[in-house]
Design a protein around this ligand. Sequence first.
Ligand SMILES: Cc1cc2nc3c(=O)[nH]c(=O)nc-3n(C[C@H](O)[C@H](O)[C@H](O)COP(=O)(O)OP(=O)(O)OC[C@H]3O[C@@H](n4cnc5c(N)ncnc54)[C@H](O)[C@@H]3O)c2cc1C
Length: 464
Amino acid sequence: MMSHDYDLFVIGAGSGGVRAARIAAQHGARVAIAEEYRIGGTCVIRGCVPKKLMVYASRFADEFADAAGFGWTVGETRFDWATLIANKDREIARLEGIYRSNLAKAGVTILESRAVVVGPHAVELVATGERITAGTILVATGGRAEVDERLDGVEHVVTSNEMFHLEHQPRRLVVAGGGYIAVEFASLMAGLGTETTLVYRGEEILRGFDREVRRHVHAELERRGVRIICGDIFSRIEKTADGLDVTLRSGGRLVADTVMMAIGRRPNTAGLGLEAAGVALDAKGAVVVDAQSRSSVPSIYAVGDVTDRFNLTPVAIREGHAFADTVFGGRPVTVDHRLVPTAVFTTPEVGTVGLTEDAVIETGRAYDVYRATFRPMRATLSGREERMLMKLLVDGETDRVLGCHIVGPDAGEMVQLIGIALKMGATKADFDATMAVHPTAAEELVTMRVPSERHPARLPAAAG
Ligand SMILES: Cc1cc2nc3c(=O)[nH]c(=O)nc-3n(C[C@H](O)[C@H](O)[C@H](O)COP(=O)(O)OP(=O)(O)OC[C@H]3O[C@@H](n4cnc5c(N)ncnc54)[C@H](O)[C@@H]3O)c2cc1C
């Protein structure tokens, strides 16, 4: 039998790669992991975690303002960007340390270098030129922010990566994009006091989310002072004495201190040597894998954002774990990508699981909509103009809850638990049979008795 330097070589120490490396090592494999930037990957270093810390920071302004209605007098408040960034960086460094020590404790060799694939069983470390062989290679290189390189003045834009390290808080920010990263940054920066404009080429922000969620978030963000321009894109950015001058295709002009581009993310496969090794990629550059995360080359697997399946941390972790159990634990595991609950950390927050109404309509089945829009209790005394949205989509025949969409405080927390119910196949009758927790906002989910709308089944369109 041919002997390799390692049983497993993982490229990329992010959510998926770290989990796969640790579990494979626990199964007894000799494992090495290469990382070109920082251990922990996008989520820990420049994604979910720093973003959520900044979201928390952005919500204090509401707390101060709302306190008055409850009898509090809050003195002068002031926000200091440098303090937030420094404290956030300290926490990220702490987490990075934990990731590193967990890998070391599991016996995984950490190689701090970019790695490229040079054959079905071989990688090369770019830092040293060293060639290393492995029985199995796992590509877990994640994704990277896409930037429109043809844009005149593109050199002036930043992506989410740089937003976490801006030296000064911008007084005026323009964000291009309508996906969750663009919308979250627009929301949090506005909360921190930055004058924020979001420019999105499509008709409505948050494509892929339920249409009512999209409209609701749009309206709530505008109410909170975010300017949203849909159906337009940048045509040029110029640096002037007053800042960055953004010209829109419509002819409109915006002036900003910082321009952020969040128009999408691409799988990180450029220059990785995968094509030369015979690994099939799709049109977007994602590694094409089967249900067990195996690529077209039997010794090369891929997990996480680089496969462009469901680009979320818990999914990457689950895929990494399943890979390690399947290949090194002798226990084949297939990840179930159905009913993935997810949140958008705007203020107000979105929590969603299951089908959107448009996706239900596409199936042609009969369905009922249960909808509640209401003022959260806290807003009564605070006087804050804010509405919460809860929407359940229910199969008209089987009574199964097909989708749940929430916009409002703690929506992400709520939908994590609703996700369990939906995964178990809960029906609307199960929701009705569940006693409410009072007084909460979540109780609306189990007290919506009468459908807001009933939609009959639609016959499939006649062929020809
Ligand atoms: C701003 C932002 C906010 C986000 N918020 C959320 C959220 O709230 N919730 C959520 O679930 N998800 C969120 N995500 C998505 C989440 O971060 C990703 O889905 C997740 O990190 C994917 O994990 P991964 O293992 O596939 O890749 P990553 O975590 O991206 O890890 C890939 C690693 O590979 C390294 N690498 C790449 N190429 C090489 C190479 N050739 N050699 C060596 N190393 C290499 C990279 O440096 C990186 O460390 C967010 C993403 C961003 C950008």
